[in-house]
Design a protein around this ligand. Structure first.
Ligand SMILES: Nc1ncnc2c1ncn2[C@@H]1O[C@H](COP(=O)(O)OP(=O)(O)OP(=O)(O)O)[C@@H](O)[C@H]1O
Length: 383
């Protein structure tokens, strides 16, 4: 059974279709990330799930129960915002307890009444224990008496997480929760959220435009563009088997290289160079006879002898040594590509020098000029 099902969701703001024909099933306990460039509709989709926006059409089901007409408070969903949205005048303990307090009977919410109404003492103690246990889990128990202004960004983020956890929701929604943290803290908090997900066993929907976050944290990624799904898959599926150029270019750092492959007068021309020794198959299909774009990741090249069959010859534009590996920007006539070279092989490489490389054709991807992956049908049609 899917924990969350979104069926043909559509949301327009006037003429803008922020989310268009969006369908997704999320499994119980799964960590799914909505990834895409700014404005692709990620936050709108999260807000639709939370009930902060209403659908123009479609359905949202939580544990097979339609929730899209329910108020946010009735959905048993917790959302962690980019801004943390903590109450500045309340202590950390009061911030964390707030969702429990909102669910509690009225007398418990009014301090003077608590002692007078039977049962309130026990409920209050239960709330205090719950807050303490969540704070302990997130290692912020020593901060319970402080106000948000007295916390670091990372601590505020944990308080926001604790406040989301305290109600034990069926679903956690997180909207770019790490974007206000510095790079080092982002890396460690990333690992903490993954660990928290594992320990809670809850379903997480996470929004980010940062592919490293998406790749390292998610069971599956939903890559969006202009309100629509481009591809759904595991991080490796998206990297190794992108459906189209948008996915291939969005996933991967440095970006995939795109080399035009043309056929003219019986010659094979790759990135404006006549090449010999092309394989009979590219991307699992016979070599086409129409022009295509060949996608090669920066690691899909080997340094070689300039005269070797299949060699591409270029001139080094820039050498970026990262320690364990080096990124070489290589100019092949009119196309600049990035080649990932092991540090040991890159010693002595300098800008301005000639360099020859051989593509590893086993990992090459073939794209039509329209951006779609070359398919067997397209080859037959073009033949
Ligand atoms: N309340 C609104 N009124 C009008 N247009 C809106 C509204 N909210 C979002 N949009 C538009 O809907 C589209 C999707 O916006 P959304 O905020 O969901 O994108 P996003 O992928 O989350 O972007 P970002 O990463 O920048 O937060 C954008 O074109 C945006 O301008």
């Amino acid at each position: 059974m899917a924990a969350l099902s979104i069926r043909q969701a559509h949301k327009s703001f006037g003429p803008t279709a922020a989310v268009h024909d969006f369908s997704l099933d999320v499994g119980d306990g799964e960590f799914v990330t909505l990834l895409g460039p700014s404005g692709c509709g990620k936050s709108t989709l999260l807000r639709l799930i939370a009930g902060l926006e209403t659908l123009s059409s479609g359905e949202i089901l939580l544990q097979e129960r339609a929730i899209h007409d329910l108020a946010p408070s009735q959905r048993n969903i917790a959302m962690v915002f980019q801004s943390y949205a903590l109450y500045p005048h309340k202590t950390v303990a009061e911030n964390i307890a707030f969702p429990l307090l909102m669910q509690a009977p009225l007398p418990l919410r009014i301090p003077g009444l608590r002692r007078l109404v039977p049962g309130c003492g026990a409920l209050g103690r239960h709330m205090t224990e719950k807050v303490a246990s969540v704070a302990h889990m997130l290692q912020i128990a020593h901060l319970l008496a402080r106000k948000p202004a007295q916390l670091s960004g990372g601590q505020r983020q944990r308080v926001a997480l604790a406040r989301a956890m305290v109600r034990e929701p069926q679903l956690f929604l997180m909207d770019e929760p790490l974007s206000n943290l510095d790079a080092k803290l982002r890396t460690s908090t990333r690992a903490e959220i993954v660990d928290l997900h594992r320990r809670l066993g809850a379903t997480f929907i996470y929004v980010t435009h940062d592919q490293t976050e998406a790749m390292t944290m998610s069971d599956r990624i939903v890559l969006m563009h202009e309100g629509q799904i481009q591809q759904i898959g595991t991080p490796l599926e998206l990297y190794e088997n992108p459906k189209n150029l948008f996915v291939a270019e969005f996933i991967g750092q440095p970006k995939i290289n795109l080399l035009p492959l043309q056929f003219a007068d019986g010659m094979q021309i790759l990135a404006d160079q006549i090449v010999r020794g092309l394989p009979s198959q590219i991307d699992g299909m016979p070599l086409p006879s129409h022009n295509i774009l060949v996608g090669l990741r920066p690691e899909a090249f080997t340094l070689c002898d300039p005269g070797e069959p299949g060699a591409l010859n270029g001139s080094i534009h820039l050498v970026e040594a990262l320690g364990n590996e080096t990124h070489v920007r290589l100019m092949l006539r009119t196309t600049e590509i990035i080649v990932r070279v092991p540090a040991a092989s890159a010693r002595g490489l300098k800008a301005g020098q000639p360099l020859a490389i051989r593509p590893n054709w086993n990992s090459a991807l073939a794209f039509e000029e329209s951006g779609q992956r070359v398919k067997a049908d397209a080859l037959r049609a073009a033949a």
